[in-house]
Structure formats: structure tokens, C-alpha cells
Ligand binder design. Structure first.
Ligand SMILES: Cc1cc2nc3c(=O)[nH]c(=O)nc-3n(C[C@H](O)[C@H](O)[C@H](O)COP(=O)(O)OP(=O)(O)OC[C@H]3O[C@@H](n4cnc5c(N)ncnc54)[C@H](O)[C@@H]3O)c2cc1C
Length: 356
């Protein structure tokens, strides 16, 4: 494994902003991960673990220590195994592309992650924020996570409950009492999928897509529909499309108490508006962050300096061409201020800020 110096990080991310890594290594095996960690420890360098770079805002000054890109490949999935019921295990190297895994699972007629098709990044990155979309989240299908515990300096297998999955969070990205951010490097994730299972059609967008057809859609049809819907919303990373030069949704849908929802509804009514209600969001006491952003003066296609909002999705902050991290952060702050002033709601950000 070679350790390089002063490696530009922007091209390794989907947002394409940020400076360089002082040191950079790419690990293709567990031994190489250990080697890189030992290098960082011996020089007392701060370590940042990079997956597919699809959920990152890298600061313009870059990262002062070692950036370790996890490139462990391989999908192990015996077709005959004694998993109970009709499930099938997929043990996946953390560096495998997430959408490649989704495609493979669907091709094997296994259900459970078809609605997560088209999400960029690595398989090892998905447990970190419990990736979710169109009615599915990885917490539902992850059986266990194999990781290097940097505190204990040993490899551990964390069963699903030990990962503490919640909406867009897990022990891997939380700090404080119920978090372990920075402790584990994910090496492999084992998913348990349903052989021949029916696709998930919980979301209205998908129901609309298949409305009027006779017979249930196949897993492959659902995967393709999800990718097409994502493409229409600029939520597919397509090289050369400025609308995809983002981190996906920049803000989480806020979870509000009943009292807060009443306050928000009253504010909207006073302006002759009504807060849209989506059953899937409502069930989790969430309101649409996109609606809040758009009704605070930040519509699709909005530009502020060199940063902007996607022309297809109000939650996707984009780098239209030559934005720097400072431009993205200024826009993010303007939106948070605007939403708070207009609606009394503080929007929480979804991506990871590196080197700020
Ligand atoms: C166009 C677009 C659409 C998106 N749509 C969605 C969506 O629908 N739903 C959703 O949930 N997300 C979405 N995202 C966000 C992003 O794709 C996911 O969060 C993805 O799982 C991040 O994985 P990654 O490998 O790119 O991680 P990175 O961006 O490289 O890293 C993210 C965090 O995970 C950590 N990390 C990564 N790999 C490891 C590892 N092996 N071990 C330990 N820590 C690790 C990093 O240190 C960092 O803290 C979207 C992003 C884009 C650009």
C-alpha cells in the first residue's frame, strides 16, 4: 500500500469541493487498513475514513492528517446456505459500490434493497447514516457489520442491534452517550435479503409509477423505476450533470412534536398556505424539509454566489461549476436562517463536514 502526499480530495467526492489530504492511502484489504491506521498512529495524524465521497463537504483547507479510502471489494453470497426461512446472506466488502450491490441483489431475485437503487457511495458507507429512500432503509436488512475497532485495536462483528440504527443515524455517526463516531472502520457489511420477496411499493411516487398496470412489478422493474424517479429529481449522480454535483439531500426532514406541528400549521395558515402531508413522513412525525426550504425563498434553481440549489430538487445544494466549500456553507447557513425566521424550525444538516 502506498501513502501519497497532498492528494486533492474534491475529485473523490460528488460535491467536488474542498482542499487536499496531507496524506492519502487506499486500502484494498483488512491488512492494508491496519497498516494505514498504524501509519496514522505512529505519526499522531488525525484519520479520516473515506468511502464513495457522496455525503461529504470537505473544507477548502482540506484534511491535515491521513485520508484512508476503503476499497475492500468482494460480495460473498452462497446460494445454498442454511439461513432460516427464505433469506439469503450477502457479505459485502465495504468498498463495493452501493448501486452495484443493489443491481446484483435484484439480479439474484432478492428483495430488501431495491428501493435504495441509484444511491451513490460505497456499501460500507450505508450503515453510517442508515441510508434510506422510497420506503426502505438499510437498518431493515443489515444483519451485522464487521469493523476494525480502533479503540481496542481488534476486528469485531457488530450485530444489527449494536449499530443503534435510527433515522439517518447510527453509532457510527453519533457522538455522546449513544454514539461511537470515529471508533470503527467498517470493513464488511452482511445483509440478509428475501429470496423471491415482493418489492416494496410503500412510497406514493412508486405507486403512481405503476398505477394502472395489471400484475405486480418485478424487483428489476422497481429498481429501474426508482432510478428513473431519482434521475428526474436530480438524485442520481450522473457525471457532467451539475444538478447531481451534490450530496443528495443537504437537510434532514425535521422531526417535530405535536405542539411544534400545530405551531407550524398555524403559521402556514396565516399565510394562506398548508403544510403538505405525506403519510410516510407523518407516521414518523416528520415534515418536509423541501417544502420549508422552498417556502422560505430558496426555490429550485436558486443561486447564491458560486453555490446553488438543484433545478430539480430544493434539498440538493449543488456546485454548479467552480464553487468552493465556503460558498456551499454560506448558502447552507442562509437557508437555515431563512427557514428558522419563517417557520421557527431549525434544519439539521445531513452530510459530514470534514476539516472545518
Ligand atoms: C445524488 C445523491 C443522492 C443521494 N441520495 C441519498 C438517499 O436517497 N438516501 C440517503 O440516505 N443518502 C443519500 N445520499 C447520500 C450518500 O450517498 C449516502 O449517505 C452514502 O451512503 C454515503 O456513502 P459513501 O461511501 O459515499 O460515504 P462518504 O461520503 O465517503 O462518507 C460519509 C461518512 O461515512 C464514513 N464512512 C464511509 N465509509 C466508511 C467505512 N468503511 N467505515 C467507517 N466510516 C465510513 C465517512 O467517514 C463519513 O463520515 C445521496 C447522495 C448523492 C450525491
Amino acid at each position: 500500500m502506498t501513502i501519497r502526499e497532498n492528494v486533492a480530495l474534491a475529485p473523490l467526492t460528488t460535491l467536488r469541493v474542498g482542499g487536499a489530504a496531507r496524506y492519502f492511502a487506499e486500502s484494498r484489504s483488512e491488512d492494508e487498513v491496519r497498516e494505514a491506521v498504524a501509519f496514522a498512529k505512529s505519526r499522531e495524524l488525525p484519520l479520516f475514513v473515506l468511502g464513495g465521497g457522496s455525503n461529504l463537504v470537505i473544507s477548502d483547507s482540506g484534511w491535515p492528517g491521513l485520508v484512508l479510502k476503503i476499497a475492500i471489494g468482494g460480495i460473498v453470497s452462497p446460494t445454498m446456505q442454511n439461513a432460516p426461512g427464505s433469506s439469503r446472506r450477502f457479505s459485502v466488502g465495504a468498498g463495493v459500490g452501493w448501486d452495484d450491490l443493489a443491481a446484483f441483489a435484484v439480479s439474484q431475485n432478492c428483495a430488501g434493497i431495491e428501493c435504495l437503487s441509484g444511491i451513490p457511495g460505497s456499501a460500507g458507507g450505508t450503515p453510517v447514516q442508515n441510508v434510506g429512500a422510497y420506503g426502505q432503509e438499510v437498518a431493515e436488512t443489515i444483519e451485522s457489520v464487521r469493523a476494525l475497532d480502533m479503540q481496542e485495536n481488534r476486528i469485531v462483528t457488530l450485530p444489527n442491534p449494536a449499530c443503534g440504527f435510527r433515522y439517518r443515524s447510527s453509532i457510527f455517526n453519533r457522538v455522546g452517550q449513544d454514539g461511537e463516531r470515529g471508533r470503527y472502520i467498517i470493513l464488511q457489511v452482511t445483509f440478509r435479503l428475501r429470496r423471491g420477496g415482493a418489492p416494496c411499493l410503500k412510497y406514493a411516487d412508486l405507486q403512481k409509477w405503476f398505477a394502472g398496470r395489471t400484475g405486480a412489478p418485478s424487483l428489476m422493474e422497481v429498481r429501474e423505476a426508482v432510478r428513473e424517479i431519482r434521475r428526474s429529481k436530480g438524485m442520481l449522480f450522473v457525471s457532467g450533470d451539475a444538478d447531481g454535483r451534490s450530496v443528495g439531500s443537504f437537510f434532514k426532514n425535521p422531526v417535530l412534536s405535536e405542539e411544534e406541528v400545530r405551531g407550524l400549521t398555524a403559521r402556514a395558515e396565516a399565510r394562506g398556505l398548508s403544510v403538505p402531508s405525506y403519510p410516510t413522513l407523518e407516521a414518523q412525525h416528520k415534515v418536509s424539509a423541501a417544502w420549508l426550504v422552498e417556502h422560505s425563498g430558496f426555490g429550485k434553481g436558486f443561486r447564491m454566489g458560486r453555490a446553488g440549489i438543484s433545478s430539480k430538487h430544493a434539498l440538493a445544494l449543488i456546485n454548479p461549476g467552480d464553487a468552493e466549500a465556503v460558498d456551499i456553507v454560506a448558502l447552507k447557513e442562509a437557508i437555515q436562517r431563512g427557514v428558522e425566521e419563517n417557520w421557527g424550525v431549525r434544519l439539521e444538516t445531513e452530510p459530514v463536514f470534514v476539516g472545518f
